[in-house]
Every structure is written in structure tokens, then in C-alpha cells.
Design a protein around this ligand. Structure first.
Ligand code: F6P
Length: 362
């Protein structure tokens, strides 16, 4: 039987195993065997590490978090940034990957990853390798697709945290600041904030001030609401334009600096009488199993990626264009990140419900 290769690359997220399962099952029915490489692209080069994925060993992983193949977002396939601004893969590594594809007689390689991993996949495609992409990130910030899988699961995690914070905040009349992921964009903060009943949502796409947040807190107090829930995206900039996180450090600088959630909490504490507390949701948003929405999306993506290989439509990335699952050129998807439209309907909905985005009082 002909073979297809698959790997999961970059930060993990709920739904990766559901993609592997759907791809393996679909491949089986189309007459292919599936080879899963260990630890992202690393498993394709010396020493080559892979396992044959079967209907048996991918059974019962639909709801499992993480990835059974392992993943990596550092090292040889992610480190160097070239003049184009994208990670440049060393020619000898591309040659090794090509050799692996040839040795294992793979008819196609499915790369499940975010913008960095898909940029790498694009370089393989430009070198003539038969690559297909599947978009993955909880941040939902990839171009050309309405949704990446993992996002909905992260939003649920954020909303669940807000549900819990609401009862304790109300009991003590406190302001609660919840910092959520979103390295460059506010998708999780906005959607999670709406889903969890946040009163203030701070995102990188909208400039905000402490005075406007405080006006919202006062308005709520006057209404008889003694508590306020604030959701802030880790990538939101401070009022002076400063960034607390550093996108080039994989979001890790926040650990050293305390994160924007702590900065906002400290500052508000100095400006108001009320108690202010901070929770950083962190990697809880990436752990655990996928929501039902993500299970379906991941399954559709995995199945469609195999169909693209079957049709020899290489250089394409599976995408969601509701209600259709379709595909676009990987080159179009990795050009820019997709930010929240500050004038779009979701932001308007938030404003219309009285949620403060921090750019106007109340
Ligand atoms: O891009 C996904 C993401 O979870 C971001 O939201 C976050 O900034 C980053 O990855 C964290 O990366 P790491 O797990 O490497 O710290």
C-alpha cells in the first residue's frame, strides 16, 4: 500500500490527536498506510523516528489532549529567521527530509502546525516536496481560516475560569483580572470574555487606559454590582504602548516580568480602594481534551488533508470557510497573522452589551 506521512509541530493544543485519528482512518479507506513522525520535523531527520499509525493504535484518542506523536517548537526547524522574516530552514535539513520521504516512499506529508511550522512546510513545498498543511493554534490567528482547532477549547477554558472567578469575586466584592493566552491577538480574550461574562476585555487590537477601566468599575458599583471581571490577552500592550510579553521569546518573557495580568492588577490596586486579584490561566488553556466543536473541526481537517494528498494538491493548507471545509495555498496563509477586527461584529456585540474594551469610559 502507498504511504502518507504526518507530524504534529509547534505548541500542542486540544484536537491534535483527533486530527491524527481522522487522517489515519481516512487514509485507510483510501488505500494508504499512515506513518507518524515523532516530535515534529525532528523525527524526519537523523535519527529518523516514526511509528506506523493504524486504526487500532489511533482508536480512542479522539478526546485525548496533547499529541501521541510528541511535538517541538524549538531547535533546528524553528530557530533561524531569514531576511524574509520567516524561519529559514538549512538546505541540508531540507535534503534530509526529502531523503526520508523518498526512503519511506511517502506520497505526501501532512504538517499539522501553526504559522512557524507551516512556514517550514512552505519551504519544503518550494523545494518540490509533496506537503499539505493543517492549521493549528489556540490563538486562532492564522490567515485564511475562520477557525484553527484548539481555539474553541481554549475559549471554553477561559469561560470556565470566569464562571468560577465570578462567584468568588461577587462574594468578596473584588476586581478579578484573568490573563489568557494570545501572543499577538485578542481572539481568546474576546470570545472567552464574552462567553464568561467579563465586564472589561483588553486586547492588543484596541488601545486602552486605566481611567476607562476604573470608570467601568465605578459604573458597576453604582449599579449595585460590587465585583468586576477583567479579561486581558497576554499580548495586549500597556497604555504607554509597552509590551509585557516578547513575541520572540515564545511568550516566555512574561514569566520574568510577571505578565500583563500582574502589571494591570498592581496598577489598579494602587488606583482604587477595592481588592484586585490576578489569575494567569497559562497552559491550562492548551491542556486537556478538545471540545465537541474542536473534535468535529479536527476530524474534518484530518480527513480533508488526506483527500488533498489523494488529489495531489500539494502546497495547500486545509481551512474553514463556514460552512465549508476547503483549502488555500499555504503561502497565502503564512504571510500575516489574522488579528481581531476592532470594528467587527464581535467587538460591536461586546460594546453593545456594555463590555468595556478600555478605549472609552464604561
Ligand atoms: O501560540 C500558542 C501559544 O500558546 C501562545 O498563546 C503563547 O504565547 C505561546 O504559545 C506559549 O508558548 P510556550 O508553550 O512555548 O511557552
Amino acid at each position: 500500500r502507498p504511504r502518507i506521512g504526518i507530524l504534529t509541530s509547534g505548541g500542542d493544543c486540544p484536537g491534535l490527536n483527533a486530527v491524527l485519528r481522522a487522517a489515519t482512518k481516512t487514509a485507510f479507506w483510501l488505500g494508504y498506510d499512515m506513518v507518524g513522525f515523532r516530535d515534529g520535523f525532528e523525527g524526519m531527520v537523523d535519527p529518523i523516528r516514526y511509528q506506523v499509525l493504524t486504526r487500532e493504535n489511533t482508536s480512542a484518542i479522539l478526546t485525548l489532549g496533547g499529541t501521541i506523536l510528541g511535538s517541538t517548537n524549538k531547535g533546528r526547524f524553528g530557530a533561524r529567521t531569514g531576511v524574509s522574516g520567516r524561519a529559514e530552514i538549512m538546505p541540508e535539513l531540507i535534503e534530509q527530509v526529502a531523503q526520508t520521504i523518498q526512503t519511506l516512499k511517502l506520497e505526501g506529508l501532512i504538517v499539522v502546525g501553526g504559522d512557524g511550522s507551516l512556514s517550514t512546510a512552505l519551504q519544503f513545498h518550494e523545494a518540490g516536496l509533496p506537503v499539505v498543511g493543517v492549521p493549528k493554534t489556540i490563538d486562532n490567528d492564522l490567515e485564511c481560516t475562520a477557525y484553527t482547532f484548539g481555539f474553541n477549547s481554549a475559549v471554553l477554558c477561559c469561560a470556565d475560569a470566569l464562571d468560577r472567578l465570578q462567584t468568588t469575586a461577587a462574594s468578596h466584592g473584588r476586581v478579578m483580572v484573568l490573563e489568557v493566552m494570545g501572543r499577538h491577538t485578542g481572539w481568546i480574550a474576546l470570545h472567552g470574555g464574552i462567553a464568561g461574562g467579563a465586564d472589561v476585555i483588553l486586547i492588543p487590537e484596541v488601545a486602552w487606559t486605566y481611567e476607562n477601566i476604573i470608570a467601568k468599575i465605578r459604573e458597576r458599583t453604582e449599579m449595585g454590582q460590587s465585583f468586576t471581571l477583567i479579561t486581558v490577552a497576554e499580548g495586549a500592550t500597556l497604555p504607554d504602548g509597552a509590551m509585557v510579553t516578547d513575541s520572540h521569546s515564545g511568550g516566555n518573557l512574561q514569566v520574568k516580568l510577571g505578565g500583563i495580568g500582574h502589571v494591570v492588577t498592581d496598577q489598579l490596586s494602587q488606583m482604587i480602594e477595592q481588592d484586585v486579584r490576578c489569575v494567569v490561566l497559562g497552559h491550562l488553556q492548551r491542556g486537556g481534551g478538545p471540545t465537541t466543536f474542536d473534535r468535529v473541526l479536527s476530524s474534518e481537517y484530518g480527513a480533508h488533508a488526506v483527500r488533498l494528498v489523494y488529489q495531489k494538491r500539494f502546497g495547500q493548507m486545509v481551512c474553514s470557510d463556514p460552512p465549508a471545509i476547503t483549502s488555500v495555498a499555504i503561502a497565502d496563509a503564512v504571510h500575516n497573522i489574522r488579528t481581531v477586527d476592532p470594528h467587527g461584529s464581535t467587538v460591536q456585540t461586546a460594546r453593545g452589551m456594555g463590555i468595556c474594551l478600555g478605549d472609552t469610559p464604561g
